[in-house]
Every structure is written in structure tokens, then in C-alpha cells.
Design a protein around this ligand. Structure first.
Ligand SMILES: *Cc1c(COP(=O)(O)O)cnc(C)c1O
Length: 412
């Protein structure tokens, strides 16, 4: 006899609310005060952004770092530095934040979506290789949910075709693959400091590269393509670039947050690992796959379910978990990115135009359901479960117990 689930009147598995805590403290406040006392909040005149960049680069063992205004900005800047422009193709993931593709479109290039590994939810190297054409100008590899893509193979494939790799690490601080941080495997690594990531400065972004030329190009591209390196600022710009500068207040908070990031990620790693171990071996339930050699920093974890084997629909399964007091949600993003109206209708810009999808540059592109069947299957079957550095041992045990209890109930 399996235990009665809370959805049908049983006692909820979760007996206390999930742990919470403070993300910001006196260290952030002290840095903010110091920034204000500089009497300038401009990154080029103040010291905070410079210190933040130096510390970020040191922590990652990278040669150069550029600070920006968001993760989206970081990826746009990376693409600008790489010279992505009209008619180019950039390969990326169909399960990601819009921030991975916004910069591609603002450069009037087109995203090409590679299919995913069914259980890591990261880009499949073979699918990437199949999508490379002579127009492929870059690959934006997303490390989803703190979990490394097969980045060594992807970089090998990309470089064999002469294509640079941008790593989107917005969700993957302190994630290592084969002993090396993600964000340092490819040509440029991009990070986000928006309020939902492992660390927050409200908004903001970081860029890492070992390539000096890319560094200077990125630095300029994030700042209207102005060149501030000489005595006089050179404002006669060679081509269009946005203003994605970080300000000193953001850097002040980011600098203090950096002292917290390793502990935050270590806690999430331990919690996520034990959660996944705790729910492994259940027929019809597939935990988030983490590659051998990856230290995952679990921005969240996402399981997949086989409704038939589990004996319950996904919606009822999630309802049952919620009744147990477990935080869980059906699906992740509403559909693959290429199924969003923008791509379905090929409307990147306001007005009566299908540019840049329309073949102006000889590579007309359409997006259809079924383009990335595995990614679509993932979204149809996944259940997202939060992971947080403030969650307690009890949260872990009760979450595992709740999932096992609900599964046992429907299996009978
Ligand atoms: C959050 C996020 C971004 C964008 O970062 P913002 O700071 O919100 O612009 C890009 N890619 C991924 C995978 C993200 O999760």
C-alpha cells in the first residue's frame, strides 16, 4: 500500500517552508558608499568597474574582462566583436532566454537552431556540425541551468570549421567541465548579473576572453565604438555599436557579490546533486543529466517524465507535487524559441518587413514546428524544480520524499 498523497487528502510531505536568506549585506553597502564617494559613477573614471573586471578575470583565470549592462548586452557585444553582421548565421540553442538571440538579430544576422541532448538539454555537437554552413559566423553555446554543454567537442568542431564559439554562461557561474570553468573553453564567455541569476547587481553583464584583439573590440563595441584608450576619446566611429556600459554602482554591488559566488554555487551543487541522486532509479522519471567531468552549479534542476510509465499526466503530477508543498512547475519556456511569434511570422522589426529572414542576403530562412524535435519533446515532458543556496537539509529530504511518494502512488 502506498501512502495517500496530499492531493487526495494525505499529509503533505513538506512540513516547513523552504529556506530563504539575504543576498546582499554590508559588503555591498560599503562598496556602494565607496563608489558614491568617488564623485563619479562613470566606469572609465571610477575604480569599481575596473576592480570588478580584474577580479572576475582573475577568478576565471582569463586574460581580459569587459563589463556591460546585461547578459543580453554581453552576448551582443561578443557578436559585435566577432564581426557578426547582415547575412551571417549564428547557431544557438532553441531552449534558452531571448538574450541569447537578441544580439544576433540586432546585428541583422539570423539564428540557426541546433537540436539538444535529450537529458542535459544542451546543444548536441553533431546537430551543431550539421547546421554549419559557409555563412556560419559564430556559435552561441548555452550552458543551461548551471550545467555544462559538451563544450570541448563543440569547440573542436567549431574551430575545425573556422567558426568562433561564444559561451552563454548566464545560468552557469562556477560550472566546471573537465576541470576548467565554462566561459573559458570557447573564444568569449558571457555572464549575466540580472536579479534572477546566481549573483545579482540588479542588472549587468560580464565578458571574458583571452584574445587581446577581441578584448579591444568588445570594449569599444560596449561603448558606442568610442575609443577611450588615447589621450582624446575617438568618437569618429567605424561602424554602429550600442551603449551597453556598466556603471560604478552596478560594479560596486557586483564586486561584493563575487565574494559570495563560489559558496552559492557549491551549495547549489551539493543540493542539486543529492536531489538528483535521491530521485534516480524511478521508472518513468528522468533526472537532469550532468556530464561526467562537470561540476554543475544548478541554477535549477529539470526532470523529464514519461506519463505512461509513471501512470500520471504531467499536469496532475505537478499538481500532486504542489499539494505536497513542493515547488515545481510544468515545462520551462512556453515553446522552443523558434516557435515564438517573432520567428513563426518572421517579424524581427516593426513594419511590413521579413528582414533579415527574407533572403535579402541570399539565405532566406523559415522556422517550423519540428525543426528541433528533441528540444520540443523536452519542453513537452519536463518539470522544473527550483534549487537555491538557502534551501536546507530538511528541504532536500522532504522534496525527495515528496517526489518518491507521488511516483509510488501513481505507479500502483
Ligand atoms: C538571463 C539569460 C540571458 C540574458 O541575461 P540578461 O542579463 O537578462 O540580459 C541570456 N542567456 C541566458 C541563458 C539567460 O538565462
Amino acid at each position: 500500500m502506498s501512502e495517500k498523497i496530499a492531493l487526495y487528502g494525505g499529509t503533505p510531505a513538506k512540513t516547513v517552508p523552504y529556506g530563504t536568506g539575504k543576498r546582499f549585506g554590508k559588503e555591498e553597502l560599503a562598496n556602494l558608499e565607496e563608489a558614491l564617494n568617488q564623485n563619479t559613477l562613470f566606469y572609465w573614471f571610477g575604480g569599481m568597474t575596473k576592480r570588478f573586471c580584474a577580479k572576475f578575470a582573475e577568478m576565471y583565470g582569463s586574460k581580459h574582462c569587459v563589463a556591460t549592462s546585461s547578459g543580453t548586452a554581453s552576448i551582443h557585444v561578443a557578436l559585435g566583436a566577432l564581426g557578426v553582421g547582415p547575412g551571417d548565421e549564428v547557431i544557438t540553442s532553441p531552449i534558452t532566454d531571448m538574450g541569447s538571440v537578441i544580439g544576433i538579430l540586432y546585428q541583422n544576422a539570423v539564428p540557426v537552431f541546433a537540436d539538444l541532448d535529450p537529458h542535459t538539454y544542451n546543444m548536441d555537437p553533431d546537430s551543431i556540425e550539421a547546421k554549419i554552413t559557409e555563412r556560419t559566423k559564430a556559435i552561441v553555446v548555452v550552458h543551461l541551468a548551471g550545467n555544462a554543454a559538451e563544450i570541448d567537442r563543440i569547440v573542436e568542431i567549431a574551430h575545425r570549421h573556422g567558426v568562433p564559439v561564444v559561451e552563454d554562461c548566464a545560468q552557469s557561474y562556477c560550472c566546471k567541465y573537465k576541470g576548467k570553468y565554462v566561459g573559458t573553453h570557447g573564444d568569449i564567455g558571457c555572464f549575466s548579473l540580472n536579479d534572477f541569476k546566481h549573483i545579482s547587481a540588479g542588472d549587468g553583464g560580464m565578458i571574458l576572453t583571452d584574445d587581446e584583439e577581441l578584448y579591444y573590440k568588445a570594449m569599444m563595441f560596449a561603448d558606442k565604438n568610442f575609443n577611450r584608450l588615447g589621450e582624446e576619446v575617438v568618437k569618429n566611429v567605424p561602424y554602429l555599436a550600442p551603449n551597453y556600459r556598466m556603471n560604478e554602482l552596478t560594479a560596486a554591488v557586483g564586486l561584493a557579490q563575487l565574494d559570495r559566488v563560489e559558496e552559492i554555487c557549491a551549495k547549489r551543487n551539493a543540493y542539486g546533486k543529492r536531489l538528483n541522486e535521491g530521485i534516480s532509479g524511478i521508472a518513468g522519471l528522468y533526472p537532469h543529466r550532468v556530464l561526467d567531468g562537470c561540476d554543475c552549479s544548478y541554477w535549477f534542476t529539470m526532470i523529464r517524465i514519461d506519463e505512461e510509465k509513471l501512470g500520471v499526466s504531467r499536469s496532475e503530477f505537478v499538481k500532486a507535487l504542489k499539494a505536497e508543498g513542493i515547488k515545481a512547475s510544468e515545462g520551462y519556456i512556453p515553446s522552443c524559441v523558434y516557435q515564438y511569434d517573432l520567428f513563426r511570422n518572421r517579424r524581427a522589426y516593426p513594419g511590413d518587413t521579413n528582414y533579415p529572414f527574407d533572403g535579402t542576403h541570399g539565405n532566406a530562412i523559415e522556422y517550423h514546428d519540428g525543426d528541433c524535435p528533441i528540444a520540443e519533446e523536452i519542453l513537452a515532458t519536463c518539470v522544473k524544480i527550483p534549487v537555491n543556496e538557502f534551501f536546507t537539509e530538511q528541504d532536500l529530504l522532504e522534496t525527495v520524499a515528496a517526489i518518491r511518494k507521488v511516483c509510488a502512488y501513481y505507479r500502483k
